[in-house]
Design a binder for this molecule. Structure first.
Ligand code: AMP
Length: 414
């Protein structure tokens, strides 16, 4: 099977490792990164240009295209690939609106009866102020459109909330959802839904969940503190009603439905939907998947997921710790030399090869250092031992990834 993987981040390196593990898979990645280059042939492409991606899929003789990031999906890459008669893992542009517009996602959730926070979608500053006062602090202000995970501000500072809203065109003001967060990935062909292991990521840059939001500073899976009924509950109350509503609208959602949840006193509530694998949760979830990833994604892309046997998982846990470049997330520094990256577990996110062949930074999140272990504590120690092998000037690294879970400090309100 010839697979074309679109994207260039840590998520795509994790997907590449999973796909390339099948001996019958030939992997081509575009544009890829230096880590992905170790398991795939790299081709240049403008990933958000549907015609360019579709033409490349034809040129390389792809049997399956797997789209990693959200921007190509929202731009219609999956539609263009399918129009060439090639199977594609990733939703249509119409279905990707579940991520592309927070207002649309809220409409679908309301129609499907999915539990989520109350929200007001508006472009009017007076309505923004009224909604902030109605919901009260902490204030949750979300840019309606795609913002690479950084369009959300959660703050007790009303002026900062107003300023963030003013900087967005359309904004969603939302009720604050209090409780531990869970990321649940669901592979779907539009009808059948196959959940992966629940994971937790760390959005804030600072230890103890302080500072601004980032693309994600680390993750772990599975969640030792999660209620045993969580996945079935979310499938029944969130995933199946949402998939049914998308079918009813004539825009079935096939691909990866990422359900971001808060486990509140009132039960699990949806914080957000994404239309693709999350980064960095993918790194830990796929590190534990034993079933060949290529088989699962191909089945979802060809409407045959019901025939796939139950997924098999490795025992134990996985932890990933992001190493970011100087200044992240307010800025980033490219061209800094990175050393100590050798062996398994070093997932590349924002790296490049300098002219002399050295590995250098090429963006904010540089590496996603991933390890597995017999339990969360062992996996965590292994991940930080790998992090400590890396040398990068002024690196931004959180030292408390998975720590509260290891210490048994996470409580689900009841
Ligand atoms: P999102 O991009 O929607 O996932 O938001 C980024 C982060 O902001 C989430 O992972 C949460 O930590 C936080 N967040 C978003 N919406 C809410 C909410 N309604 N209540 C509490 N925290 C939220």
């Amino acid at each position: 099977m010839r697979i074309l993987l679109i994207g260039s981040g840590g998520r795509e390196h994790a997907l590449a490792l999973g796909l390339a593990a099948s001996p019958d898979v030939t992997l081509i990645a575009a544009p890829g990164n230096p880590g992905i280059a170790e398991v795939a042939e790299l081709r240049p492409v403008e990933a958000t240009n549907p015609d360019a991606v579709a033409a490349l899929a034809v040129e390389v003789g792809a049997d399956l295209v797997v789209v990693g990031p959200e921007a190509p999906l929202v731009a219609g890459v999956a539609d263009a690939v399918r129009a060439k008669g090639i199977a594609c893992f990733g939703p249509t542009a119409a279905a990707a609106r579940l991520e592309g517009s927070k207002t649309f996602a809220k409409e679908v959730m309301a129609a499907a009866g999915v539990p989520t926070g109350g929200a007001v979608s508006t472009t009017d500053p007076a309505q923004v102020a009224a909604a902030l006062d109605r919901f009260g602090a902490p204030y949750v202000v979300k840019d309606d459109g795609l913002a690479a995970g950084k369009g959300v501000l959660v703050t007790d500072d009303r002026d900062a909330a107003l300023a963030h809203a003013a900087a967005c065109e359309r904004v969603v003001i939302e009720e604050y959802l209090d409780g531990p967060e869970v990321s649940l990935f669901v592979v779907t062909d539009g009808e059948t839904a196959v959940p992966l292991l629940p994971a937790q990521d760390f959005k804030r840059v600072g230890e103890g969940d302080t500072g601004p939001n980032t693309g994600g500073m680390g993750a772990y899976a599975p969640l030792p503190w999660a209620p045993p009924s969580l996945v079935d509950d979310v499938l029944a109350r969130v995933v199946h009603p949402t998939l049914a509503e998308m079918r009813r609208r004539g825009t079935p959602f096939a691909g990866l439905l990422y359900v971001g949840l808060a486990l509140t006193r009132g039960g699990p509530k949806v914080i957000e939907f994404n239309a693709r694998f999350g980064d960095p949760e993918t790194q830990v979830v796929l590190a534990l998947l034993e079933t060949p990833l290529a088989e699962v994604l191909r089945a979802a892309a060809t409407g045959s997921l019901a025939a796939v046997p139950p997924l098999r998982w490795k025992p134990g846990a996985a932890v990933t710790v992001v190493v970011a470049s100087a200044g992240y997330p307010s800025s980033s520094r490219s061209g800094d030399v990175i050393t100590g990256v050798s062996g398994a577990g070093f997932i590349h996110a924002g790296t490049a090869r300098a002219a002399g062949g050295e590995l250098v930074t090429a963006g904010g999140r540089v590496l996603s250092v991933t390890a597995t272990g017999a339990d969360l504590s062992v996996a965590r120690d292994a991940a930080y031992a790998l992090v400590d092998q890396v040398s990068l000037a002024d690196a931004v690294i959180r030292r408390d990834i998975a720590l509260a879970a290891v210490e048994g400090r996470i409580r689900v309100p009841s």
